[in-house]
Each structure stands twice: as structure tokens, then as C-alpha cells.
Design a protein around this ligand. Structure first.
Ligand SMILES: *Cc1c(COP(=O)(O)O)cnc(C)c1O
Length: 246
């Protein structure tokens, strides 16, 4: 798919109405209130004005919104006054969702109130050190590789491993574990996608740690399954902004 013209506001509204209808229908099937689900905008490759438009349009529809950065080197391109104003006026939090390099921990800690992609012990240590040096406290999610796909980051999907990661986060100070994150299985087979997303929820149940409230799962392709399986944060890119060129 290609998008020959820059997306107009009308296209944004159409895409948003379509994706929110999907989200709402899934929430209804699961007996959940769709407005409790945080809509995180996955902003990679998008411009600051596109992000501002999407945040405003979601707010008009009464949704909770966060802005999710995927690439540490892209953070600077989103340092736009309009976006900063939205963040402070409308209290739109900024999160980090991308693969994290240790040497980017400082940049990420500086702007992200929640880091979703804590996928290995050395990243816990790097974020904790940088948060402490900056005098900041940051919320984090433990990324779990629920599909077992080698291309994906994340801790192994067993309760002991995750519990150990949570313990390491708490021991490091400066970081607060608030939930789990996963990227669903990369397949069109719905049962495999559902199994991977469901595993995140059952892991949270097994851990029975009252601090772990968030389940960050579900992207444009699998958001209905994620909502049915208990997602508290869905991370949406293409469904909101249109297909990505890169
Ligand atoms: C890009 C991205 C998303 C959103 O993907 P879409 O398919 O565009 O909705 C969600 N999570 C992560 C970690 C991403 O990198």
C-alpha cells in the first residue's frame, strides 16, 4: 500500500473513527469500558504536526492518549513547540516503546515517563543509573517475548524469569515496575496471536503483584484480540496515521 498524498485531516478522522470502532466493539465483547484503554500513538516516521493532529482528534473523542517514541534518534525531531504545549496543557504523557540501546538510556529517561521496552537486565541497570543521575523516577514495563520468535526482544515468558526482572527493577531504585509489555506473534494465524497475547495476561495473574497493572499489547493488526485479552494500553501506528512509507 502507498499513500500518494499527505494525509488530510479528513483521512485522519476516517481512520480514527474506524480504528476506535474496532476498539469499542472488542471492548464491548469483553465487557470492558473502552475509554479506560490508553491509546498510545506509535509515532515512528511521523512529523510533529501529524502527531499533534492525532492527539487533538483523540481528545475530541474523549480518549486517553500517550505519545510513543520508537527511535531514540527521532526524539529530537519531535521536540516541537506545539507538541510540547499539548503535553503540558492536555497532560499527554510521552512513552518509549522501541528497542533500547544502552547508550541511549540517558535520552530516553530524560523524556519518557514510561518505558515499555525493558527487555534485558543490562537495560534495567542502564535506565536505573541514568534515572538516578538525573534525579528522576521512571515507570517501566517488562517486555516479554511471548511468541518465542528470535527476532523479538524480551524476557522469557515464565513467571520466575519475570519475577526476577521485576525484583531487579525494584532493587535498582529510581524505576517503578508497573506492568508487562509484549509484541504479539507475527503471523496471520489468529490462534497463535491470541495465545501470545493471552500469555501476557496469565503471566500477570501468576505473578499476582499488585503493582503490575498495565498490559501493553495490541497494534494496528491485532488490537481487537489484545483488547479481548485485557490490554490496558494499545500501541497504534498505521491504523491512525496511515501506512508507513518506510
Ligand atoms: C510501530 C510499533 C507499533 C505500532 O505498529 P502499527 O502496526 O503501525 O500499529 C506498536 N508497537 C511497537 C513496539 C512498534 O514499534
Amino acid at each position: 500500500m502507498t499513500s500518494p498524498h499527505s494525509p488530510s485531516a479528513a483521512h485522519l478522522d476516517e481512520r480514527l473513527d474506524a480504528v476506535l470502532a474496532r476498539l469499542d466493539a472488542a471492548a464491548e465483547r469483553a465487557g470492558r469500558d473502552p475509554r479506560e484503554i490508553l491509546v498510545l500513538l506509535a509515532t515512528k516516521t511521523r512529523t510533529a504536526p501529524e502527531i499533534v493532529d492525532a492527539v487533538r482528534a483523540l481528545h475530541r473523542r474523549g480518549r486517553r492518549v500517550a505519545v510513543g517514541e520508537n527511535r531514540a534518534q527521532e526524539i529530537a525531531t519531535h521536540e516541537d513547540p506545539a507538541l510540547a504545549a499539548l503535553e503540558s496543557e492536555l497532560a499527554v504523557p510521552r512513552h518509549f516503546i522501541g528497542r533500547l540501546q544502552r547508550n541511549k538510556a540517558r535520552d530516553v529517561v530524560a523524556f519518557a515517563s514510561l518505558v515499555h521496552s525493558v527487555d534485558r537486565p543490562e537495560i534495567i541497570d542502564a535506565l536505573a543509573r541514568r534515572a538516578e543521575l538525573a534525579g528522576l523516577e521512571r515507570d517501566v514495563l517488562v517486555q516479554v517475548n511471548t511468541s518465542g520468535e528470535e527476532s523479538k526482544g524480551g524476557f522469557a515468558p515464565d513467571a520466575d524469569t519475570i519475577s526476577e526482572a521485576v525484583g531487579r527493577i525494584r532493587a535498582a531504585g529510581a524505576l517503578r515496575p508497573v506492568g508487562l509489555m509484549t509484541i504479539g506473534a507475527h503471523t496471520r494465524e489468529e490462534s497463535a496471536v491470541r495465545a501470545s497475547l493471552r500469555r501476557l495476561r496469565t503471566l500477570r495473574e501468576e505473578l499476582a503483584d499488585p503493582a503490575l497493572v498495565e498490559l501493553s499489547m495490541g497494534m494496528s493488526a491485532d488490537l481487537e484480540i489484545a483488547v479481548e485479552e485485557g490490554a490496558t494500553i494499545v500501541r497504534l501506528g498505521a491504523a491512525v496515521f496511515g501506512p508507513r512509507a518506510v
